[in-house]
Design a protein around this ligand. Sequence first.
Ligand SMILES: [Fe+2]
Ligand SMILES: [Fe+2]
Length: 262
Amino acid sequence: MRLAWLTDLHLPFVDDYERFFVALAALPTDALVITGDIGDADRTPAYLQTLAEHFQKPIYFVYGNHDFYHGSVEQARAEARMLCGSVPNLHYLSDGAVIALTPQTALIGHDGWADGRFGNWAMSYLELNDYYLIRDLSVCTKAERLTGIQALAAEAANAITVGLTQAMARYAHVIVATHVPPFREVCWHAGKIGDDDGLPHFSSKVFGEAILNVAASYPESRVTVLCGHTHSPAKAQITPNVYAVAGEAEYGRTAVQEIFEY
Ligand SMILES: [Fe+2]
Ligand SMILES: [Fe+2]
């Protein structure tokens, strides 16, 4: 079973994205997994639909922060679900399914959300477009913003606790697809682990803790986390049975991160 991993495609910045879709369809792979930042709330569903027409095998995906731009979280997720209801090879992992890739390996996932807990939120004046372009977060104060992102991150952490518990009880290897790096070890920027200014917006501590808690209860099974968001490649063995990889990306360029064979 071969699974090709894509992340942070940012297709609004790609001139001829259909050519990339055609190339994907020719890849020696049985399925795709995409860890978010495909387009924006207006365009991501159409991109996914077109991709599904070219690549007629299962496409598993989660959303990244950009996929909610110019929309609201609830509305964008509802549209993703609706799309998956009408396109049989599209699967939105945030809905909690445990996908059996092989008898030993399962795939689960969730969008995730940065939670402001690594680094120094109070002293960070980094302004992501999230805080202006996502309806849920375009609120007035920094405190309200933190409450908003932490609620989204908590929802993601709860969902992955449920999914990972189910998956680890039955599979020797579980792949967790998510957008936001859940460990600081894979949250890099400019050649090193992010600083106090960037980490609050680019990592999700609560999501990482949720993974580690479940993984500690199943030492015989292992977890591979695939994430994106930073656009900076990183790999780290977090604990003996939890390994994490962050993908590399550049606006305007499309790439396959890796093809895994299980
Ligand atoms: Fe991105
Ligand atoms: Fe992102």
